[in-house]
Design a protein around this ligand. Structure first.
Ligand code: CLF
Ligand code: SF4
Length: 493
């Protein structure tokens, strides 16, 4: 495998933008795999075209592409017991943080400002607070304005599904290819524990009747989207003791109705959020409970495991949030879209990801062929681009991969507090990081100091920085080889 033409850090930094442009214009790709499409063999070509730049609908794309959300549709027709609408829609975002509400014109201004600065931007999502289909006029006006100015941006919405069937035809007309429905139950008696009321057809419903109507509308909306070829992701909030076991049934129902992905998210519950579940002490699941349920769901509707439960005004790659750089008062009154950065980025990434796909396939083949029967859980510090390229002390999350006889797969992420600030590591912070790494065998990072390496070792976790800037899968396959005595692959970087 050849070295990358330029690093992904280089792709996005302002100082090397000239280099990025020059590389894109020259078509000067050093990759030995140019000419390959980069499409994995097991994905249909038309589906690949829709998902290849969508960071949520493709795990592979999330290493390269960014989404942004605009909070334009605050009204909601459902009450979820995990939501306090003073904050964000907890179906698609982290509760407890207030978002800036925007008009469609303000949203357009913000999208242009972000597109000019963040070359990875590929998707505009409307994901709360409130419901994008219920507050439809504002959703539609925003999408129409943005599609006129930036025609190649993908439009994406998240909805509770109650008003969805009324707007499927318009979503198809606007070329919205990606919809998320939050479905937490398929049995009204379970739903009644999650939704105290809904507002439908000019009146309020409560209890089992409310949950039954919501369920029927969600299934109808999903079937209508599937019939039109719109890719639908199902988000389910895992609420221990309420719907955790039941999500196995939900997975079956949505698979039968053509859902493209199923994303099981942990309930985030805190008394400070002022939600019903927060006030009544309902807990969320821990990382191992989540993984156990996800493992039980394997073989059903395909799982999304790389969700970051982002805010309703999130901007950037999924593992980062640059929203605070783009508040309305920091954006000029007049902005004009300049496509050059995004175009150059897309061209360079197209080359890079072909190389990455080939490297991944080789690495997975090696792990499968090893025939060791063993598995490893590896937590990786990365800044994007699918490479081991972050220092342990700078990481705010670690991406978790499992290497096993089935190959190498992304199984989740662990959020951690940044351990090293201003060149100094904090012991108390490190204790929290180690606790968050429960169950992990090995940490892979670009660099780690002796002190944290030693403390991780005491907790039974090995930290390795020998594969800095390699592709993640290639590094893991080499580790697997070293661990279980098979022939390692050559490094890529
Ligand atoms: Fe936004 Fe959602 Fe579209 Fe993605 S988020 S509307 S599908 S563009 Fe993505 Fe964020 Fe998870 Fe949502 S990581 S919370 S799944
Ligand atoms: Fe809150 Fe979203 Fe549920 Fe509405 S649909 S109550 S905004 S979590």
């Amino acid at each position: 495998m050849s070295a990358p033409i330029i690093s992904l850090e280089g792709l996005t930094s302002t100082t090397s933008f000239d280099q990025l442009l020059a590389t894109a214009k020259s078509g000067g790709c050093a990759s030995s795999t140019c000419g390959l499409s980069g499409k994995p063999d097991d994905i249909d070509g038309a589906v690949w075209e829709k998902i290849k730049d969508h960071p949520c609908f493709s795990e592979e794309a999330h290493h390269y592409f960014a989404r942004m959300h605009v909070a334009v549709a605050p009204a909601c027709n459902v009450q979820c017991n995990y939501c306090n609408r003073k904050y964000d829609c907890a179906n698609e975002s982290r509760p407890g943080v207030v978002s800036e509400k925007l008009t469609p014109d303000q949203a357009l201004r913000k999208v242009i400002a972000v597109a000019n600065e963040v070359p990875q931007l590929s998707v505009l999502g409307i994901a709360g607070p409130g419901d994008a289909c219920y507050d439809w006029k504002k959703t539609k006006a925003t999408f129409e304005r943005v599609a006129r100015e930036i025609p190649d941006i993908k439009l994406c919405i998240s909805t509770n599904g109650l008003a969805l069937p009324d707007h499927v035809a318009e979503l198809a007309d606007m070329n919205v290819d990606h919809v998320t429905i939050t479905i937490n139950m398929v049995a009204p008696e379970v739903g009644a524990k999650i939704y105290p009321w809904i507002f439908y057809d000019h009146r309020r419903y409560v209890g089992i009747e409310a949950a039954r109507i919501l369920h029927e509308r969600q299934m109808l909306g999903l079937e209508m989207l599937t019939a039109r070829g719109i890719l639908t992701k199902i988000n389910s909030v895992m609420i221990p003791g309420v719907n955790d076991e039941h999500l196995i049934e939900v997975n079956k129902w949505v698979k039968e109705r053509g859902a493209f992905l199923h994303n099981v998210m942990p309930l985030i519950s805190d008394p400070a959020h002022g939600t019903h579940f927060g006030r009544t002490g309902q807990r969320g699941p821990n990382a191992m409970e989540m993984k156990t349920l996800q493992d039980r769901l394997e073989g059903g509707a395909k799982l999304m495991r790389h969700c970051r439960q982002c805010r309703a005004d999130a901007v950037g790659l999924l593992g980062e949030d640059r929203g605070q750089e783009f508040t309305l008062d920091s954006i000029p009154g007049e902005v004009t879209y300049d496509p050059s950065r995004r175009e150059a980025y897309q061209e360079v990434v197209a080359h890079e990801r072909r190389d990455h796909v080939a490297a991944t396939s080789e690495a997975i083949g090696m792990v499968k062929a090893a025939g060791s029967g063993k598995s490893l859980l590896v937590a990786v510090a990365t800044r994007g681009g699918g490479r081991v390229n972050e220092h342990f002390g700078h990481a705010k999350e670690l991406q978790v991969y499992e290497a096993s006889p089935r190959g190498i797969s992304f199984v989740g992420h662990r959020k951690v507090e940044q351990y090293c600030l201003g060149g100094r590591g904090e012991n108390a912070t490190l204790d929290g990081v180690i606790a968050a790494l429960e169950g992990i065998d090995i940490v892979l990072c670009a660099k780690i100091g002796n002190c944290p390496e030693g403390q991780l070792a005491e907790a039974g976790i090995r930290a390795i920085d020998a594969y800095g800037h390699d592709y993640i899968e290639t590094a893991i396959s080499a580790l697997y080889a070293a661990e279980f005595g098979v022939q390692p692959l050559a490094a890529t970087a």
